[in-house]
Design a binder for this molecule. Structure first.
Ligand code: THU
Length: 138
């Protein structure tokens, strides 16, 4: 699946965002290894700190559905005129379930203007993957 197609799914998911407090609609689309695309929007709360970003919503949803392996993720914020990158909390959660070369694409309202990156670039020196790769003793 092309990045553009996955971003389109993220854009659709942003329509179902629950963001009455920020009015900042974000959608995430997670391509699973079996080809299924799991999507979610950000889900806010009147106690602002309880807000769950689109990326974490999509990951929690996918894991709950029994998905365990992921091929790529796209994030689209339809209210921003610049590409919106995952927050620090989301970067850590993405790193829990993906390898360092896992592709992450993110955009604003203009889907053609997207950034293509990886879990490793977003979250370097990740203890989980570095221990797995045996890098601590290098
Ligand atoms: N948000 C996301 O869902 N993902 C991001 O990558 C950036 C921020 C949400 C959290 C909150 O509901 C709103 O955007 C404003 O920060």
């Amino acid at each position: 699946m092309k990045p553009e197609e996955l971003l389109k799914e993220a854009e659709k998911a942003a329509e179902r965002s629950y963001s009455p407090y920020s009015n900042f609609n974000v959608g995430a689309a997670l391509l699973c290894a079996d080809g299924q695309v799991v999507t979610a929007g950000n889900i806010e709360n009147r106690s602002y700190g309880l807000t769950i970003c689109a990326e974490r919503s999509a990951i929690v949803k996918a894991i709950s559905m029994g998905q365990t392996k992921f091929s790529a993720m796209a994030v689209c914020c339809t209210k921003a005129d610049y590409p919106v990158s995952p927050c620090g909390a989301c970067r850590q959660v993405i790193s829990e379930f993906t390898e360092s070369d896992f592709p992450v694409y993110f955009s604003g309202m203009n889907l053609d203007d997207f950034v293509s990156t990886t879990t490793g670039e977003l979250f370097p020196f990740d203890a989980l993957s570095e221990m797995r790769d045996g890098k601590y003793n290098e």
